[in-house]
Every structure is written in structure tokens, then in C-alpha cells.
Design a protein around this ligand. Structure first.
Ligand SMILES: [Fe+2]
Length: 302
């Protein structure tokens, strides 16, 4: 018969019970870490898709702007039929608080069939705040309901520019004005005017003042600058959808991975382009660390 002292290590009989305790502890720790990660990522994702970030970027224009110095434009881009609060009251309150001189809706207001009534309701409320200008995005044309949308917006007083220009005059009879150039998305009719043909309609008088171009996509800075625009306002890229602190341009846009110039101010010569990161979502892909974006640009003259 063996004595206890025959065992080389008297802890050996207990090792079978100690291991499961360690395992259970490790499992508990893993569960806690996983839960914290899920909560953190979930919290950031909810915030990234619901809390609107308002910005007031100043765009310096290389011309005197006279009465229009300090003119402000709220850029409402890429709504994609999304609502912020009941009937978008959160978005409307933020725009109203910003007191813009003009609201530019730069495309992708809708992205599916049957969405026109909601878009028109939003536009009606925007019109109570400031004059509203609208240009098409790629998704309006994709719905095939674009003509009905454009007409419905015109009927309530929105200025829908389809490769057209419009002038906003200062009070009084000085004739001082700024010129808005509205470019249709290339997804539109094949026989539409080219941007060069649209810009060719600008008079010398127009070119002496501010020329403000509204276009949906974010990659026309180098094409449009030589045509004589001072400022371009656009959206389309949704800020690259997923943004990480070490990747300033985001991960994905409809043009592919790691797109460039997806949000913020870019310049080429004397032309500035401000890219909104948009408000809604494309193809239902949630944003991450890239909140819905409401830029209210302030135009300052030389
Ligand atoms: Fe979009």
C-alpha cells in the first residue's frame, strides 16, 4: 500500500478541479470583454447614424462679394428618404437654428419608388426656413420617378436646376447678384447639356460676382474649376461610410474602396469645393464614426 508521501506532488489530485475554475474565469472574462466591445461598437454605430453633426466651414472666395459677403448656404445632401425624428423635426430644427440664407439640396433626396410625398413634405418645411435649390443625384434617376419628383418640387417653389443657371439679386436695384449653376447628375438623359455648355451661358457680369455650382458627385473640382466656378457644393460619397481615426477619407463609396475627397474642403487654383458627407445611408449600410453631416458654409469675399 502506498503512503501519501509516495505521491510526488500532493496537489496533483486537486488539479482536475482547479482547471475548470480557471477556464470558467477565463470564459467569464471573455464574455465581459465581448459584451463591452459589442456595447461600444453598437453605441458608436447608433450615434453615427442618428446624431447630426453641424459644421460652419468658411470658404474664402478670391473676389469681393459685396452684399453677399458672409452669405450662408445649408447643404442638405444624400438624405436617401431618411427621417431624423418625427417628420425630420431634428434636422429641420438644426437648419432653422443655423439661419441660412439659402438651402442647397444636392441630390439623392430619394432612392426608391414611392418616396416623393415624404421628400416634398421635407422640402415644404425647408422652404419655410430659406429659399431652396435642388439638383439631381444618381439615385433620383435610378428610381425612374425623377420627372415626377422634379415637377412636385417645382410646384411648391423649390428652384430645380437641370443644367441651368439662376441669379440671386441683392436688395435694391444695383443689379448685384450671385449666380447659381445647377448641374444634373451624369446618370441623367444622354443628350443633356455638358457642363461646359452650361457654364458658357454665364455673362461677364455673372463671372464678376460669385459663381456657386451645385453638383451631386464629389469629383469634378479639377474639371469645373477651369470653367469659371468659385465654389462647388456637393455630396455623393457619404464620407466614405466607415471612418476610422487614422483614415481621414473613409473606407468605401460607390466609386470603390478608400475613396478620395469624401468630406470637407478641397481647393484647386482659386476654386473651392466643399463635400458634404451626407445625411442618409446608401444600400442600408450603416455609417460608423461618420455622423450625418449638415454643413452650413459661410462665403467670405476678398
Ligand atoms: Fe447618396
Amino acid at each position: 500500500m502506498k503512503n501519501y508521501s509516495d505521491y510526488p506532488d500532493d496537489s496533483a489530485p486537486y488539479s482536475r478541479t482547479r482547471r475548470p475554475i480557471k477556464k470558467r474565469k477565463r470564459l467569464k472574462l471573455r464574455l465581459i470583454i465581448t459584451a463591452l466591445l459589442v456595447l461600444t461598437i453598437g453605441g458608436i454605430t447608433i450615434d453615427s447614424n442618428t446624431r447630426i453633426q453641424v459644421e460652419y466651414p468658411v470658404i474664402q472666395v478670391a473676389k469681393p462679394l459685396g452684399s453677399f459677403d458672409g452669405y450662408s448656404v445649408a447643404v442638405v445632401s444624400d438624405v436617401h428618404n431618411k427621417q431624423f425624428g418625427r417628420e425630420s423635426e431634428k434636422l429641420l430644427r438644426l437648419i432653422s437654428d443655423a439661419k441660412p440664407d439659402m438651402i442647397a439640396v444636392t441630390g439623392d433626396l430619394i432612392d426608391g419608388k414611392g418616396q416623393i410625398p415624404r421628400a416634398v413634405e421635407l422640402a415644404k418645411k425647408l422652404l419655410e426656413i430659406a429659399p431652396v435649390y435642388f439638383i439631381s443625384g444618381n439615385h433620383e434617376f435610378a428610381t425612374k420617378e425623377h420627372r415626377d419628383l422634379f415637377q412636385a418640387l417645382r410646384d411648391i417653389g423649390v428652384v430645380v436646376l437641370r443644367n441651368q443657371i439662376d441669379r440671386i439679386y441683392a436688395e435694391g436695384d444695383s443689379g448685384e447678384h450671385i449666380t447659381i449653376v445647377g448641374i444634373d447628375d451624369p446618370q441623367g438623359p444622354a443628350d443633356m447639356k455638358t457642363p461646359a455648355q452650361v457654364f458658357a451661358q454665364l455673362t461677364d457680369d455673372d463671372r464678376a460676382g460669385l459663381v456657386l455650382t451645385l453638383v451631386h458627385r464629389n469629383f469634378y473640382l479639377r474639371d469645373f474649376a477651369p470653367l469659371g466656378t468659385d465654389v462647388i457644393l456637393c455630396g455623393h460619397a457619404h464620407g466614405g461610410v466607415v471612418r476610422l481615426p487614422f483614415l481621414p477619407q473613409g473606407i468605401w463609396a460607390q466609386t470603390g474602396f478608400f475613396p478620395k475627397e469624401t468630406g470637407g474642403l478641397f481647393t484647386y487654383g482659386s476654386t473651392s469645393m466643399y463635400v458634404s458627407r451626407g445625411l442618409g445611408n446608401v444600400y442600408g449600410i450603416p455609417r460608423f464614426m461618420n455622423n450625418p453631416h449638415l454643413p452650413v458654409v459661410i462665403l467670405k469675399g476678398a
